[in-house]
Write a protein that binds this ligand. Structure first.
Ligand code: MD3
Ligand code: FE
Length: 215
């Protein structure tokens, strides 16, 4: 008998973090050049900008969006909007390859039928960070969020359901994809200040895309 030794194991490139959260190491590596060139087109039409928080702070991360909806923040609050407040135009289209990659990643992590309508594009320069927060601006919290990391490495901080839960530090590097859903969907998370560096694909930046089902 030749039992499949690996039949009920997760492949090595899939790292479960906790129920609902899985790192898919390097899943976006092959598509990274196409994604980065799409981001250049997108951000010519919807330029990276540092948004203001409702509390009056300017975010250190620069952001843009593609897809039918985009995440925006200003003194009025956080929300998804169909128009870029900086230009009054609709957000650029979500590239089909990006949508398909996110759908495939979600399915690999156990979330079939993922249909993102929003893609937030975060750009970190040296020192930029994201403090611990929850993502709760989306209508249906049963849908996961798929994140794609490109360029300089970062330490991702992954906490629990309350702000005081200890945060694990998870290194995310060029090409890593993470799927966050189910019981992990409302966990607190953030990104430690980016270390200065130079990456062949992105120069002095880290780029993170989060694909979401916002509506
Ligand atoms: C865990 N972005 O844009 S992506 C964000 O690297 C955000 O730019 C980070 O947090 C970044 O909101 C982290 C990973 C991520 C995204 C959503 C999550 C982790 C998550 C939702 C729930 C739990
Ligand atoms: Fe988040």
């Amino acid at each position: 008998m030749t039992a499949d030794l690996f039949a009920d194991q997760t492949p090595a490139w899939q790292e479960p973090i906790c129920p609902g959260a899985t790192v898919l190491r390097g899943l976006a590596l092959a598509e990274a050049p196409a994604i980065l060139s799409a981001i250049e087109d997108i951000t010519r039409r919807a330029p990276f900008r540092q948004m203001d928080t409702p509390g009056g702070f300017r975010m250190s991360v620069a952001m843009s969006n593609c897809g039918p909806l985009g995440w925006v923040s200003d003194r009025q609050g956080y929300r998804y909007a169909a128009w870029d407040p900086a230009t009054g135009e609709g957000w650029p289209e979500m590239p089909e390859g990006l949508r398909a990659l996110a759908r495939h990643a979600a399915a690999s992590a156990g979330f079939a039928g993922f249909a993102p309508d929003a893609c937030l594009i975060n750009r970190y320069a040296a020192g930029a960070r994201m403090s611990l927060h929850q993502d709760r601006d989306e209508q249906d919290l049963r849908a996961p969020i798929v994140s794609i990391s490109l360029g300089l490495p970062a330490l991702f901080l992954f906490g629990g359901p309350t702000r005081k839960d200890p945060a694990r530090r998870i290194p995310l590097t060029h090409g890593d994809v993470v799927v966050w859903g189910g019981p992990a969907r409302l966990h607190f998370h953030g990104v430690a200040p980016l270390k200065a560096g130079e990456h062949p694909a992105t120069g002095p930046f880290r780029i993170n895309l989060t694909l979401r089902q916002a509506n």
